[in-house]
Design a protein around this ligand. Structure first.
Ligand code: SF4
Length: 328
């Protein structure tokens, strides 16, 4: 379904979209970089309102969110479109293509959320949720009006302008934001974007909701220890309690570099732990991804694959009383 986009201005007979930092100038019947925003009769429209490509119930740890409602499931939905063009995209069929969709109205979405067992709420994920902004905003507002306790989660590349983000944040409970690298070279040449707006989004979101960060470490591109240090130092400058997920890259889509060496990721984890209290690794089996108290090392959350045992009742260590950044 088409819907008028909320942030734009007229620009020399065309439309400048102001949802994300690309600020595409779109001519009649053409699309922006995200392939979902277009202009018809001099009005800007998003063509993916309510159009769902993927819907599933996932463990919340799969998002990944390790410190938000651990051991719960979450209804996860996505549409199509993305404002980045990552060469390693895991979901390129829906981020860069135009797959089949099914329209899901918001009342029906709320019904589905209510009927899933052990469900924390809804996660907007799979494609870039900010490219589904119009639907996500309306849905999040209605979900919160219906039941304030239903969590709204966003798994995002963080490439959004300040104004639309500010409008959305009051309805968000948690976000996993990709910090794909710490250089403009990487963002430009591999993702078709810029670093600075993502850093700004992370700063803004941490003031309003629970935030975790994911960095995919790609061999020979961003897996140096110096870059791991820069990423961890930046996150710690905002909040040393933000969990960081360092994920292993495998060749996919247009990227043919070899899979990242496990020892590089484990070394990057050790470097990041000098700055941050909680650092985890992803896409590597058989490693310790439990949460321990940063003060006394007591086991707080045990994870085996997606089986999670929580040994904490409130957000304090049961042994030493240290405050832990976990939302139960
Ligand atoms: S949301 Fe899409 S059309 Fe709008 S500025 Fe971003 S990429 Fe361009």
């Amino acid at each position: 379904m088409d819907i008028e986009i909320p942030f734009y201005e007229e620009y020399k007979g065309r439309i400048k979209c102001k949802i994300c930092p690309h600020q595409c100038i779109i001519a009649e019947d053409k699309f922006g970089i995200c392939r979902v925003r277009t202009v018809k009769a001099n009005k800007p429209f998003a063509v993916n309102y309510g159009e769902v490509t993927s819907i599933a119930v996932d463990p919340i740890e799969k998002k990944p969110l390790y410190h938000f409602k651990p051991s719960r499931d979450i209804l996860s939905i996505g549409s199509f479109g993305c404002n980045m063009t990552c060469r390693f995209c895991q979901n390129y069929e829906i981020s860069q293509g135009k797959p089949e969709t099914q329209y899901l109205n918001i009342e029906k979405l709320i019904d589905i959320i209510k009927n899933v067992e052990n469900n924390a709420g809804v996660a907007f994920t799979y494609n870039e949720p900010f490219m589904w902004y119009e639907y996500m905003y309306d849905a999040a507002k209605s979900i919160k009006k219906n039941n304030e306790d239903t969590s709204v989660v966003v798994v995002t590349n963080g490439y959004i302008n300040e104004e639309p983000l500010k409008k959305l944040l009051p309805y968000m409970d948690a976000m996993n934001i990709d910090l794909k690298a710490y250089t403009n070279r990487y963002y430009n040449s591999i993702c078709g974007a810029k670093l600075e707006p993502v850093l700004e989004t992370i700063k803004r979101c941490d003031k309003h909701c629970h935030v975790e960060i994911t960095t995919l470490l790609v061999s020979d591109e961003n897996d140096s220890l110096e870059e791991a240090r820069q990423i961890a130092e930046f996150i710690a400058s905002i909040n040393e309690n933000i969990p960081l997920h360092l994920s292993r890259y495998f060749p996919r889509y247009k990227m043919e570099n070899e899979a990242t060496k496990i020892e590089n990721i484990m070394e990057a984890k050790r470097v990041a732990e000098k700055y941050l209290k909680y650092v985890y690794v992803g896409n590597i089996g058989g490693v310790d991804n439990n949460t321990y108290c940063p003060r006394c090392n007591e086991l707080l959350v045990e994870r085996n694959g997606y089986v999670t045992n929580v040994f904490i009742n409130e957000n304090r260590c049961r042994k030493c009383g240290e405050e832990i950044n976990i939302v139960l």
